[in-house]
Design a protein around this ligand. Structure first.
Ligand SMILES: NC(=O)c1ccc[n+]([C@@H]2O[C@H](COP(=O)([O-])OP(=O)(O)OC[C@H]3O[C@@H](n4cnc5c(N)ncnc54)[C@H](O)[C@@H]3O)[C@@H](O)[C@H]2O)c1
Length: 256
């Protein structure tokens, strides 16, 4: 039985821990939880002692904070805050060969398995993510006052950003995880193009992923329901994490 340690006690971590505690995942059991930073390093060290795999379901900072120690301890490290891996140095450190593997949960994103296979067959020619969100959720300090005003009280759908996934991760942190998953599975943070669109009456986020290359032409549209506990997180994410524990094809690992 695989003993699973969970870092994070929020919308994702609490659902994952409860399912494991209740024995819902064949072959896996809950080894321990670090629900928040306040629990301190000792709680984390206890996880390393008692677990075979550690899941980060906390924050981008937590990936850098705990990941290297998990790998050094020879345990598999499952990353949910995939956006943290835009840091090339951190990605290199965590994916360096060792007894423990870096496994990236496919989280709230679909189609990653097929895009990865297409990329392995022959590098994709183009990969694009178009994310549409409620206008009010996209207002940012760096925007011109005129654009900000349009987002606050405008009535038309508009494009607020087109650029690389690397830039999108910085400008719109809420696109970070999905941008990172697509980038890591395909042509990287500098190759993937991201467009962020504002829709005045949208109630949640819609992601449209398109890609083309020798393997084929792909288009996926994703509209996830939000977690009741955290309105920035898709409720399905926790179940993607749980599925990944029993199905290795449900996670993304660097390389093949
Ligand atoms: N890959 C995906 O598709 C996907 C989808 C949704 C969310 N996420 C990411 O997953 C992460 C968790 O999301 P959530 O909705 O559960 O968040 P949340 O805010 O509901 O909960 C976060 C939890 O982590 C804990 N935490 C934060 N930093 C910590 C640290 N350094 N050490 C220990 N505990 C720490 C907090 O105390 C809290 O319990 C976020 O980074 C989010 O961006 C990824």
């Amino acid at each position: 039985v695989t003993r699973v340690g969970v870092i994070g006690g929020g919308a994702i971590g609490s659902v994952v821990a409860e399912a494991l505690r209740d024995g819902k995942v064949d072959g896996a059991t809950l080894g321990g939880v670090v629900a928040g930073r306040a629990e301190g390093r000792a709680a984390f060290d206890a996880l390393l002692e008692t677990c075979d795999v550690v899941i980060e379901a906390a924050s981008q900072a937590a990936v850098a904070e705990y990941g290297p120690s998990v790998k050094d301890a020879g345990l598999d490290f499952v990353v949910v805050s995939a956006g943290a891996l835009v840091d090339d140095e951190l990605l290199r450190t965590l994916s360096a060969p060792s007894a423990g593997r870096l496994l990236i949960s496919t989280g709230a994103c679909g189609g990653i398995d097929l895009l990865r296979a297409a990329q392995l067959m022959h590098p994709l020619d183009s990969v694009r993510l178009q994310t549409t969100k409620p206008s009010a959720a996209l207002v940012r300090d760096w925007m011109e006052p005129e654009l900000r005003q349009k987002l606050v009280d405008g009535d038309e759908e508009l494009s607020v950003f087109v650029g690389s996934a690397r830039e999108a991760v910085q400008r719109f942190p809420e696109t970070a995880n999905i941008s990172a998953l697509i980038a890591l599975a395909t042509i990287g943070f500098d190759g993937v193009e991201v467009e962020v669109r504002a829709a005045p009456h949208a109630r949640a986020a819609t992601h449209e992923i398109s890609a083309s290359g020798q393997a084929g032409t792909y288009r996926f549209v994703i509209e996830n329901a939000l977690s009741a506990q955290n309105m920035r997180t898709s409720a399905v994410t926790a179940y993607a994490v749980l599925r990944g524990l029993t199905d290795r094809s449900a996670v993304l690992a660097p390389g093949w």
